[in-house]
Structures are given as C-alpha cells and as structure tokens.
Design a protein around this ligand. Structure first.
Ligand code: OGA
Ligand code: FE
Length: 279
C-alpha cells in the first residue's frame, strides 16, 4: 500500500480464531447434524493478531489488490429485518452498487445473512451471530459451482469470462462498537493457509476456506462503522492468480469495545459478478 505507511496506522491486538492444521478435510453443518455427528470437525486456536485501522487507507484500497474496499452509500431500505424488502429492494441496490464499483456488466445477488446476537435466539429467524473464525466464503471449486447452481443454462457461457463473488457487508445500526469485522489484505495470503472445508446444508454441500495462522497475514478493520459505510469483500475473482484471488475475514472480540456496547447488527449480501468479455 503506497502513500500511508503501515507503521502510521493505529493498531490494536485481538485474538482471532484460526483452524489448527489437520489431516482430514474439516466439515461443518449449517443445520442440526444427525445424532452423534459433531456440528464441526477441526479445532480452532486463537492467536493474538495486530489489526490495523484502515480508515486512513480507505481512499487507496482496491478490490483487485487488498480484496476489500470501504464505500459511502446510503440505502433506501427501511427495515433490514424484513426479508421481503431485502430481496425485492435491497438486492437490486447491492447489484447497482457493485456494478458501479467494479465495472461489471452483470451482478446477481443470491444470498444474505442478518447478524444480531440477541435476535439469533429467535427460532426460525435465520438470524446469526457474528462469525468468529477466520474464513473465506468460497473456494476454487465452490466459486464456479455457485455459478452452475444459480445461473442454469447460462452458466457454462458465463464461466468462459472473468467472474467474481463479492459480498456487500453493511452495519444495520451504527456505530459498530462490538464484534467488528476484520479483513485480511488478500496480497498477504498464502495458498498453504487456505484449507478447503465442507459446509453441509440439508440439500447440498458447499465448500469454504478455513484459514490457518500465518504471521505474514495483515489484518485491517474500520472502527465505528456506520450504516452508510458498506464494505465490499471480494471472496473470489477468476481474473486474478494464486491466493490473492481469495480473501479472509471474520468478526472479532475487540478489546477496546466499551463494556456496555450494544451487540453488532449487520447484513451481508452475496453476489455473482460477471465482467464483460475482453476484446
Ligand atoms: C461475511 C462474513 C462475518 C460477520 O460477510 O462473509 O463472514 O461476522 N461476515 O459479519
Ligand atoms: Fe464470510
């Protein structure tokens, strides 16, 4: 990152949870597994990791390099807890924002997660708690698989050209003072730390990367994020090479959180991003 030196950035140190390297492929269930089957295999271990305030860098971040950017965008959505409004009004908004930010010719929002630790207790709500393991949502194989799953007959044609999977992550309430999101500079990731892991749903098995610890990984966050400050997280880009095609991110326990900080509320929307064919 040119311009601002890393040593100029405010830094906190927080525990992040990484996968302990293991022989088998890790498996996690996104639903109540059959009796006797653990919800997740694989141990995680916390490492104390420096996490830098990326606000001074915000103007120079790029999806193609770091794999994340901070935007300014105010949503017209009134109720982020209204599933119908999310799909009918917010998905198209996210598609437009990502189109403008990337130059993509087509963006298709296909999935979302609302996170709120208090409301996650409501059965059947689908609301989740913040993630507390470093991960990437898609892998080299599950990224094109999502295109095949979702784009029907168009899929093989679309897969001939550059495509990406990008999440738009936004606080529902601000400022975020608890369990903020930390993002790894994709350029600091190594292939050996990306561990393909099964994620079982009732009807299919997805694949994510669990991340093992490497002191070379550089982590950032944006303190006190507001609802008009979405972050784009580039989970995959077929136009890039090596580990830098992916990303790594997680919520984390921020030691600087005030003790009475309200629980973080956020919404992430996942999108398929298709670029125009190169001349
Ligand atoms: C994501 C994600 C974690 C969180 O947006 O893909 O993993 O705690 N978020 O919000
Ligand atoms: Fe994620």
């Amino acid at each position: 990152m040119d311009g601002v030196a890393l040593s100029d950035l405010d830094t906190l140190v927080a525990p992040l949870n990484f996968l302990v390297p293991m022989a088998q492929k890790p498996v996690a269930y996104n639903y109540e597994p059959p009796p006797g089957i653990p919800v997740r295999t694989g141990e995680s271990e916390a490492h104390q990791v420096p996490i830098r305030d990326a606000r001074p860098l915000a103007g120079q971040l790029s999806l193609d390099r770091e794999g994340f950017v901070l935007l300014h965008h105010r949503s017209a959505v009134k109720d982020f807890y209204d599933e119908d409004e999310i799909r009918s009004a917010y998905y198209p908004e996210c598609e437009q924002v990502i189109k403008a930010a990337t130059g993509a010719s087509r963006v298709v929002a296909f999935d979302h997660i609302v996170r709120n630790a208090v409301m996650s207790a409501i059965e059947g709500s689908g609301i989740k708690i913040p993630a507390k393991r470093v991960h990437n949502d898609y892998t080299l194989s599950s990224s094109p698989q999502r295109v095949r799953d979702l784009m029907g007959e168009e899929a093989e044609d679309l897969l001939r050209h550059r495509f990406a999977i990008i999440n738009l992550w936004r606080p529902i309430r601000g400022p975020v003072l608890e369990s903020p999101l930390t993002l790894c500079d994709a350029q600091s990731l190594c292939e050996e730390n990306l561990i393909a892991s099964d994620l079982r749903y009732p009807d299919r098995t997805g694949e994510t990367y669990s991340i093992t610890y490497n002191p070379n990984q550089r982590y950032y966050y944006f303190p006190k994020m507001q609802p008009d400050e979405p972050v784009l997280i580039r989970c995959f880009d077929s136009g890039l090479e090596g580990a830098a095609r992916f990303s790594a991110h997680t919520g984390f326990d921020d030691p600087t959180s005030p003790p009475d900080a309200p629980p973080r509320e956020s919404l992430e929307v996942r999108t398929l991003v298709f670029f125009p064919p190169q001349a």
